[in-house]
Write a protein that binds this ligand. Structure first.
Ligand code: PEP
Ligand code: MG
Length: 878
């Protein structure tokens, strides 16, 4: 078996086997770039090594053979006291993990070869400096000796000579330092520092393989969702020295600006230095343009080679180079990391330059990344005092004084203050505080909690489930890690990272560049699924259109009953409706609500015309429209205490009775959704009438409006057939009344397993399905969407019980299976059935990929995620 590849034996597409660095070194070698020769030990060896903790004899044999080839290529020999070969030993995983694993440079130096290097280069200082660096690095990486042991010696020598900088140390000083370094090694390991280069090499190779599993690499993989099974390759490469004098240098450059994406040669370098000096930031590097003045020929060659590399890879490259006595070497190249803005600009520019296709451009940009640029973001250069980290529920940065109660938030905001609403969790009662807040922070709740959904809908920054924060509503303060933050103190939240920060932060504004619009227009050409928005108001509808939504996939009507804080007067009418003792009384309230809702629907239809609008009838449990039982009980008790007996007390008592009567142990599994419409048909009838009246009005005005009426939480076909009949009856009545005809559709949400597995029965009556994957996830797992994330789900993901938070990314095996079953059963009965999704997953790229595979007609998500969904849908179709 082939375990070791000389550079010229590999190719760019072998990155799984050779790692990213190895594959690119091979590719660069083969296109004739000046790459110091070397070889790559494959990731397969790493996987074996993880099992056995040993290098197979066959691997050792192949390494030795490759070393011989390397000696021939360079004309140098390992350990040769006249012309020694020195190598670097570097990690290189299939997916880049910058700085997470180990590297050893200058390997091959010993007491003899250091003398040879001094003679060969005529530079004693360089040779002995390299040697002491090698001892230090090898001892740290391979032998596990902490760096401070060596730093202390170096510092002592500087001090003794009155120096402040390393540069001032001369050859004689390094010569004195080396034996002291070696003594440290002997003290720590009980053995002398290894002088045999082959022994050094084998030990270094093992150390790099070991470093695959060091804690920081493990954490990095977890954060970036990189599989632990990939393993790293090891690259052994002849050294090129950037520290041989003033005609030597080392640096990093990019073929385009990684921050803005502008087409300009970008980077920095250090003369007379080795790679780690640039990274360590001890000396300040020069901008790459400076090289043009000091080494014009080298600069031109580097510039040309970078252009060549970019054309070859058809992407922006990040290149490491070294100049050894005037000769340029390319040490590494890879697709450069870039900001979201740069990512878009580069992709679009490459298409314009004829280097890639529109499809490739669309695939190049990460939809998750662009989500963040649709919102103001914290200046990446800012220093932050981070208090805690919660779930990043809705992106954007916000600063304001913390306020713990929605009424005070509304009051303070009214006085012109910027506020951040901090709550244990939010409920519909808090909406007026949320509306005026810059951002929302909760200590409980997950990604589909009330706070998260509402904030996303408003495009407001939000951090939820920040359990480190202990909110004390009474004291109007929160505690976090021993600190106390009181009402009025300024905090900031970063809804893109989940960070909660003390004090104000500098913010940079989003920019919808022309390139961004271009990229999205290409995405629209490619995708096959529609993208709609979840929007409940004419304003949201307009915003959704601006972002490119092709309709409303979910209009949650609860806010038309006063939820949402915009219409306190409606809340009063809604309460009237709920508290009514008789049907007649209820009808009076309903009539008022009907007129209000008719007006809303009319506005929304108008804003969305000619796109379709799906309206969901009332869904939440009724108690959400009533005051909190505990608050009310306290009020009543106080009034009684004061000896009050008047009508106000009686009203409050009656209200309390009703609130208690409506209370449920499990409201989310209770009297909500279409169950309300079944038991109080007059509520749904009123809503349906309001919708059709609005449609009739639009039609009279010449708009083509085809409302899609959606019944929520159906689990039994009989529920749906009953509601369908009611809907059709009212449609006929309204059409007759106005002497108009209009088209409409009646469908259901699929959000409980029973609906999914009996979807064929339901499809007999339903013209469309819309998957309510928030509830479907809740009901399929039996996980409360309000509590699970804070209580155990985060740990589940941490411990890999679940690969992902299923409220964010659809659980394909279980919840996804429900979706597939329902699609199949639905289509069997009604081949042209319209299938959409309106849960939060409708805006999640990985879930969108899954919905494409189910053949859904459209996805629907919050207005601000529409661009993300457009791009993700194009990627899923490409
Ligand atoms: C759902 O359950 O996925 C849904 C869209 O409805 P809601 O979030 O309003 O319950
Ligand atoms: Mg639902």
């Amino acid at each position: 078996k082939k375990w070791v590849y000389l550079f010229h034996e590999g190719r760019a597409d072998m990155r799984m086997l050779l790692g990213g660095k190895g594959a690119n070194l091979a590719e660069m070698t083969n296109i004739g770039l000046p790459v110091p020769p070397g070889f790559t030990i494959t990731t397969e060896v790493c996987r074996e090594y993880q099992k056995t903790k040993q290098l197979d004899p066959e691997v050792i044999e192949q390494v030795n053979a490759a070393l011989t080839a390397l000696e021939q290529q360079t004309g140098k020999k390992f350990g040769d006291p006249r012309n020694p070969l020195l190598v670097s030993v570097r990690s290189g995983a299939p997916i880049s993990m910058p700085g997470m694993m180990d590297t050893v440079l200058n390997l091959g130096l010993n007491d003899e070869t250091v003398v040879a290097m001094a003679e060969l280069t005529g530079n004693e200082r360089f040779a002995w400096d390299s040697y002491r660096r090698f001892i230090q690095m090898f001892s740290n990486v391979v032998l596990g000796i902490e760096l401070h042991n060596f730093e202390a010696i170096l510092e002592a020598h500087k001090k003794r000579n009155g120096f402040t900088q390393d540069i001032e140390l001369q050859a004689e000083h390094f010569k004195a330092i080396v034996p002291e370094y070696k003594a440290v090694v002997e003290k720590h390991t009980g053995k002398p520092f290894p002088m045999d280069p082959r022994e050094q090499l084998m030990a270094a190779i093992r150390a790099v393989f070991e470093s695959w599993d060091n804690p920081r690499a493990q954490v990095y993989r977890k954060i970036n969702k990189i599989s632990d099974d990939l393993g790293t390759a090891v690259n052994v490469q002849a050294m090129a020295f950037g520290n041989m004098g003033d005609d030597s240098a080392t640096g990093v450059c990019f073929t385009r600006n990684p921050n803005s994406g502008a087409k300009e040669f970008y980077g920095e370098y250090l003369p007379n230095a080795q790679g780690e000096d640039v990274v360590a930031g001890i000396r300040t590097p020069y901008p790459i343009a400076h090289l043009k003045e000091t080494m014009p020929e080298v600069y031109q060659q580097l510039f040309d080679l970078c252009e060549l590399l970019e054309s070859h890879y058809k992407d922006m490259q990040d290149i490491e180079f070294t100049v050894e006595r005037g000769k340029l070497y390319m040490l590494q190249c890879r697709a450069g990391k870039r900001t979201p803005i740069a990512s878009i600009k580069i992709a679009v520019d490459l298409v314009k330059e004829g280097k890639i296709s529109k499809e490739q451009a669309v695939l190049r940009v990460d939809p998750e990344q662009i989500n963040n640029i649709l919102h103001p973001a914290i200046d990446p250069k800012a220093k932050l005092d981070i208090l805690a980290k919660g779930l990043a529920a809705s992106p954007g940065a916000a600063t304001g004084m913390c306020v713990f109660d929605p009424d005070r938030a509304a009051k303070l905001a009214g006085e012109g203050h910027k506020v951040i609403l901090v709550r244990p969790e939010t409920s519909p009662d808090d909406i007026h505080g949320m509306v005026v807040a810059q951002g929302i922070l909760t200590s409980r709740g997950g990604m589909t909690s009330h706070a998260a959904i509402v904030s996303r809908g408003m495009g407001k920054p939000c951090v939820v489930g920040c359990e480190a924060i202990k909110v004390d509503l009474e004291a109007r303060e929160f505690r976090v890690n021993g600190r106390v933050v009181k009402e009025g103190e300024v905090i900031s939240i970063d809804g893109a990272t989940g960070n909660v920060i003390y004090g104000e932060v500098p913010v940079v504004d989003p920019e919808l560049s022309p390139e961004f619009r271009t990229l999205l227009s290409w995405a629209d050409e490619i995708r096959t699924m529609g993208v709609r928005a979840n929007a409940d108001t004419p304003i949201d509808a307009a915003k959704a259109r601006e972002f490119g939504a092709e309709g409303i996939g979910l209009c949650r009507t609860e806010h038309m009953f006063g939820q949402g804080g915009h219409h306190p007067e409606r809340m009063a009418v809604a309460r009237e409706m709920i508290l009514a003792e008789t049907t007649e009384e209820r009808m009076v309230a309903l009539e008022k609500l009907q007129e209000m809702q008719r007006q809303d629907f009319y506005e929304i239809f108008k804003a969305m015309n000619p796109f379709p609008v799906t309206i969901r009838l009332l869904d939440p449990p009724l108690h959400e429209f009533l005051p909190d039982a505990e608050d009310l009980a306290i009020e009543v008790a106080i009034m009684r205490e004061r000896g009050e007996t008047g009508s106000e007390l009686q009203e409050k008592e009656a209200l309390l009775k009703k609130v208690r009567a409506l209370a449920e142990m499990n409201p989310m599994l209770g009297f909500r959704g279409c169950r309300l419409g079944m038991i109080y048909p007059e509520i749904y009838e009123m809503q349906v009438r309001a919708i059709f009246e609005a449609a009739a009005q639009c039609n009279k005005e010449g708009m083509v409006v085809e409302p899609e009426i959606m019944h929520p939480l159906v689990s039994i076909v009989t529920e749906f057939s009953f509601l369908r009949e009611m809907t059709d009856r009212i449609a006929r009545e309204v059409m007759e009344k106005h002497g108009v005809t209009f088209k409409y559709m009646v469908g259901t949400m699929i959000e409980v397993p029973r609906a999914a597995v009996t979807a064929d029965e339901i499809a007999e009556h339903a013209q469309f399905f819309s998957f309510g994957t928030n509830d479907l996830t809740q009901t399929t797992f039996g996980f409360s969407r309000d509590d699970a994330e804070g209580k155990f789900l985060a740990q589940y993901v941490e411990q890999k019980v679940l690969p992902e938070n299923p409220f964010v990314t659809i659980d394909r095996k279980g919840v996804g299976k429900m979706v597939e079953i329902a699609c199949e059963l639905g289509r069997k009965v009604r081949p042209d059935i319209k299938l959409g999704v309106c849960g939060e997953h409708g805006g999640d790229p990985s879930s969108i990929e899954f919905f494409q595979s189910c053949g859904l007609t459209y996805v629907s998500c919050s207005p601000y995620r529409v661009p993300v969904a457009r791009l993700a849908a194009a990627q899923a179709a490409a």
